[in-house]
Design a binder for this molecule. Structure first.
Ligand code: GCU
Length: 347
């Protein structure tokens, strides 16, 4: 009997210890198989749809960070503008309410006006020219300009070139723009560009554009091929005028507040993963741009390519915009233009 009691006791202690060990594992692994519980969960705001190149870039970034920190850092991506419009999420980034944002330079320029230089109209000859600048000294200088703004720049994302589109009549000449109400991003420079072309600029957030086109509140808008297609603006504004007025780079940003809480090793991992995700996004961008063009053309959109002479007239109208937004940066503009001359012939 005494032996039976002793065996029960030993078994009992054994179960108890197993329970303690399992509970400890549960704490560490969250009770979900081998999934470790992250030490840090960070939020990432993206205003494009789940299948859009920049969103896929965000998921790639989150995946790489998780992998390289062995699950210590988890990044939760909120796509489709779930956390607010671009300017609202950048404001939250400044005080650490959100940890990462992918944003268009047009929105960012309202916080750091020097960034306008990199998105001036008709500045880059082509995509290679823009990438030569962003990946070179000038790109690094502009990343550093963010210091002290509450924002930490991580990498450059591609967003192609922007073109105009219209609800009821194509634009073939500069004069055709006169008096048309055109949606612009909430950016003073973009508004000035449209006014210099003779249009009336209506600043508005991205999510409001479809219905504004549909109801006639505006006559047109402007964006790159993938956005035009992804948010279905082509359904309500089927006339697309290719003038490639701007190439607006996009940035992957981190809240400086969150950045400073990380160890130098983790900062290094974040930077490296952001850069890798940007290369991935660029590849997806090229594919999506072509697919979007095909999709909207086959949906019956009328695409007008401006002649070189006409494009030169659009470009000439930009002089006051350069004077207003780049007067203190004409040396940088010259360096950018010169780099493009060396690139002549590339497409
Ligand atoms: C692009 C860009 C978005 C931006 C939008 C806009 O689609 O990727 O970040 O919000 O332009 O026109 O507002």
């Amino acid at each position: 009997m005494i032996r039976r009691i002793a065996v029960w006791m030993v078994q009992g202690i054994g179960f108890l210890m197993m329970g303690v060990i399992l509970a400890a594992c549960g704490e560490l692994y969250g009770g979900k198989g081998q999934e470790p519980v992250p030490e840090l969960v960070l939020t990432y705001a993206e205003n494009q749809a789940e299948d859009y190149p920049t969103t896929k870039g965000a998921y790639k970034f989150a995946e790489l960070v998780k992998e390289r920190t062995s699950g210590r850092i988890e990044i939760l991506v909120h796509a489709g503008g779930e956390l607010g419009d671009e300017q609202a999420v950048v404001e939250q980034l400044q005080y650490g309410g959100i940890d990462f944002v992918r944003a268009s330079l047009s929105s960012l320029s309202e916080f750091v006006p020097e960034l306008n230089v990199l998105q001036m109209p008709y500045l880059y000859k082509n995509s290679e020219h823009m990438w030569k600048i962003l990946e070179g000294e000038i790109g690094d200088e502009f990343m550093e300009i963010l210091d002290g703004s509450g924002l930490t720049g991580l990498s450059w994302y591609d967003a192609g070139a922007r073109n105009f589109y219209w609800t009821n009549k194509p634009v073939q000449r500069l004069e055709d723009i006169k008096g048309r109400k055109i949606r612009v991003q909430e950016s003073e420079m973009m508004a000035a560009m449209v006014e210099a072309l003779g249009g009336t600029a209506i600043p508005m957030t991205y999510d409001k554009v479809y219905s504004a086109l549909e109801t006639g509140e505006i006559d047109g808008a402007e964006n790159n091929w993938p956005s035009y297609e992804s948010v279905r603006h082509y359904e309500v504004a089927p006339y697309y005028t290719v003038d490639e007025h701007t190439r607006v780079p996009e940035m992957q940003l981190m809240s400086q507040y969150t950045w400073e809480k990380l160890s130098p090793e983790d900062q290094e991992i974040i930077l490296e993963c952001a850069k890798e995700s940007a290369l991935y996004e660029r590849k997806l961008w090229t594919q999506r741009s072509e697919a979007s063009q095909r999709r909207v053309r086959s949906a019956g959109c009328v695409v007008v390519e401006l002649s070189d002479e006409e494009k030169a007239r659009f470009q000439a109208a930009m002089m006051p915009v350069y004077q207003r937004f780049c007067a203190d940066y004409m040396d940088v503009i010259e360096r950018i233009v010169e780099a493009g001359e060396e690139n002549r012939g590339l497409r």
